[in-house]
Design a protein around this ligand. Structure first.
Ligand code: NAP
Length: 254
């Protein structure tokens, strides 16, 4: 490597589930580094449009495309739309995710399927679409947003933790599979992050208990996940592959 290169200039970056939360922060960070940003959303139409307007105003080429990542048909349509508008995906961030707080014995098979289909199958479907072009180009970056709970497990969130543990194993396997083609696949495993995923599932008392467990004494901000993500998307991160980067304020190491 002859010089530092953390620019994403001109590269097409798809972030799934990016209308809000961590995905929106990654979209902003990728746009700031010059990427052409595709904001995928499922139900957050208004948030995605507002984000796109903001990114375009700052001079970025950005578009918002609807699509449910758990549907093979919709993912295929999403990639075709991207190819026909801004070009093939060079940088893929599988961020879309849903959580479920439920005891195992109270969880239905349909709930299991929904969490697995969005969190794990969704990432698989997007990688499957992105890889042929990346392999032809002999370059690509994939970052999968997993969870610290996918490493440690989590009582009351077994299905979610299982989906993220699966995503970590998928990422490690994929990274070694695609390395000869100049592609990297890494996972980020955040601890608790200040987004709707926390605020809509935990009450004040739960959050206080959680904060007592986190050595840093606070939740992560979405931007703190995004800055690591855009580094992994950069040319500088070429030799980091099949890794899991835990960003949790020291939570699971305590
Ligand atoms: P969030 O605010 O609840 O956002 C979840 C995002 O996923 C939304 O943008 C949502 O899109 C999208 N999504 C859900 N189902 C989808 C589908 N079928 N197709 C496409 N997009 C879909 O949560 P977040 O914290 O930003 O979560 C982002 C990722 O980080 C998730 O994978 C989550 O598991 C992971 N994570 C979060 C935390 C945390 O504490 N917040 C910790 C560890 C890992 P719409 O709104 O458009 O439906």
């Amino acid at each position: 490597m002859d010089h530092i290169n953390n620019s994403l200039e001109g590269q097409v970056c798809l972030i799934t589930g990016a209308g809000r939360g961590i995905g929106a922060a990654v979209a902003r960070a990728a746009a700031a580094r010059g990427a052409r940003v595709v904001v995928n959303y499922n139900s957050s139409y208004k948030e995605a449009q507002t984000l796109i307007a903001e990114l375009q105003q700052s001079g970025c080429i950005a578009l918002a495309l609807q699509g449910d990542v758990s549907s093979e048909q919709e993912v295929s349509k999403l990639f075709a739309e991207i190819r026909n508008t801004v070009g093939d995906v060079d940088l893929l961030v599988n961020n879309a995710g849903v959580t479920l707080r439920s005891l195992v014995q109270d969880t239905s098979a349909d709930e299991w399927d929904r969490v697995m289909n969005v969190n794990l199958k969704g990432a698989f479907l997007c990688c499957k679409q992105a890889l042929p072009y990346m392999i032809r180009k002999q370059y690509g970056r994939i970052v999968n947003i997993a969870s610290a709970q996918g490493i440690n497990g989590a009582a009351f969130e077994s299905v979610y933790a299982a989906s993220k543990g699966g995503l970590i194993a998928f990422t490690k396997s994929l990274g070694s599979e695609v390395a000869p083609s100049g592609i990297t696949a890494n996972a980020i495993a955040p601890g608790p992050v200040a987004t709707d995923m926390i605020y809509s599932h935990l009450d004040e008392a739960d959050i206080k208990t959680l904060l007592d467990e986190i050595p840093a004494g606070r939740l992560a901000e979405p931007e703190e996940i995004a800055s690591a993500c855009v580094f992994l998307l950069s040319r500088d991160a070429a030799y980091i592959n099949a890794q899991v980067l835990c960003i949790d304020g020291g939570w699971i190491a305590r």
